[in-house]
Design a protein around this ligand. Structure first.
Ligand SMILES: Cc1ncc(COP(=O)(O)O)c(C=O)c1O
Length: 363
């Protein structure tokens, strides 16, 4: 039995009729940009997260750039960001004119810690981007206690929660991506900025719309970055199912544990209650494991083998601190199948394939 890396089709199959009807309503209403669907999604998404406002934007990368600009980040500023993340977390920073300053992660959680952030702070630090990587909920309050505002990059953590609240409700501002493979996925690109700071929300609303409130007066050099009505309609149908899907993802992680995966590889250490966008384990022979999974028909992917600070476009921003956790995570991580519908039999199949790889014990 082969097991895919993700399964985006099965969970949304029962919603097909509702999605078709929602799209037909948009077409019949002939409102395609910033109409009732986006407004309703923004209000439903904000209440789901327990934040004051959500602003739909074109994608998760723009969401970060717009949020940083709305925070006042610009030329001469530094923004601390982990190197072990998807490239876009850092790419959004130079687009504001500011400089990315790379910090390390704890390879056991793949997230930044108050210590790794502290090591990268300077008098020019204007904000910290805390990435809730793979769905883990990084310690936002402890980082904000260092005295810098936190932007949560929650692109991979919609549906994750912690004792302090939902991922995306914990910092000054948070950003989401609705890229189709995300836990809450559009049928195209989409993103959101969320915040309980009304003034900041107002600036993001203007920035997504050419720096204007009314398309008559243009107060800022802005962007054209909007979530569209079709995508908002699709997201509205899915949002009520998100918590159930997150439970399915947590159940899948539990199936892996019950099938003995922890004896064969290092499991990710959970922070809060992750909605596991990706289930990423570690082994010093990650490439050999990838080859064995390939032979067995098991989906797998090494996502960030070359961490962001080592990417050619980031040449101008060499890290000022050592990044041993990043190097370790980059060398050893490998994502294995995860979805809301991954059952105990599939988990057992994956674990059997890992066992058959015959690698050394991880610890
Ligand atoms: C951690 C992280 N940040 C930012 C992004 C950017 O989102 P988008 O692809 O919607 O621009 C992604 C995903 O693609 C991501 O995984």
């Amino acid at each position: 039995m082969s097991v895919p890396l993700f399964d985006t089709r099965t969970p949304i199959a029962p919603l097909r009729g509702a999605i078709d009807a929602a799209l037909a309503d948009v077409i019949d209403g002939s409102r395609f940009i910033l109409g009732p669907e986006v407004a309703a999604f923004e209000s439903e998404f904000a209440s789901y997260l327990g934040v004051g406002q959500a602003i739909g934007v074109a994608n998760g990368t723009d969401a970060i750039t717009l949020a940083l600009r709305a925070m006042g980040v610009g030329p001469g500023d530094e923004v601390v960001v982990p190197s072990f993340t998807f490239y876009a977390s850092a790419e959004a920073i130079p687009l504001t004119g500011a400089r990315p300053v790379f910090c390390d992660v704890d390879p056991a959680t793949f997230c930044v810690t108050p210590e790794t952030v502290k090591a990268a702070l300077t008098p020019r630090t204007r904000a910290v981007i805390v990435v809730h990587l793979f769905g883990n909920v990084a310690p936002v309050a402890e980082i904000e206690a260092l005295g810098v505002p936190v932007l949560e990059d929650a692109a991979q953590a919609v549906g994750s929660r912690s004792a302090a609240g939902m991922a995306g409700s914990l910092g000054t501002v948070a950003t989401f991506s609705f890229f189709p493979s995300k836990n809450l996925g559009a049928f195209g690109d989409g993103g959101a900025v969320v915040t309980s700071d009304d003034a900041l929300a107002e600036r993001v609303r203007m920035l997504r719309f050419h720096g204007s409130r009314d398309k008559q007066t243009f107060e800022l050099i802005g962007h054209n970055s909007r979530l569209d009505e079709m995508q908002a309609a699709i997201l509205r149908v899915q949002l009520p199912h998100l918590d159930g899907w997150a439970d399915g993802r947590r159940a899948a992680a539990a199936h892996y544990g019950a099938a003995g995966l922890g004896e064969l590889v290092d499991l990710p250490r959970a922070l809060g209650e992750p909605a596991w966008h990706l289930y990423v384990v570690r082994h010093r022979e990650a490439d050999a494991l990838a080859a064995a999974l390939e032979r067995a028909g098991i989906g797998h992917k090494i996502y960030y083998r070359v961490p962001t600070h080592a990417q050619p476009a980031m040449r101008e921003y060499p890290p000022a601190v050592e990044l041993p956790g990043t190097d370790e995570a980059a060398r050893t991580h490998i994502a294995i199948p995860m979805s809301p519908v991954l059952d105990a039999d599939q988990a057992a199949e994956v674990v059997a394939a890992v066992r058959d790889a015959g690698l050394d014990r991880p610890h």
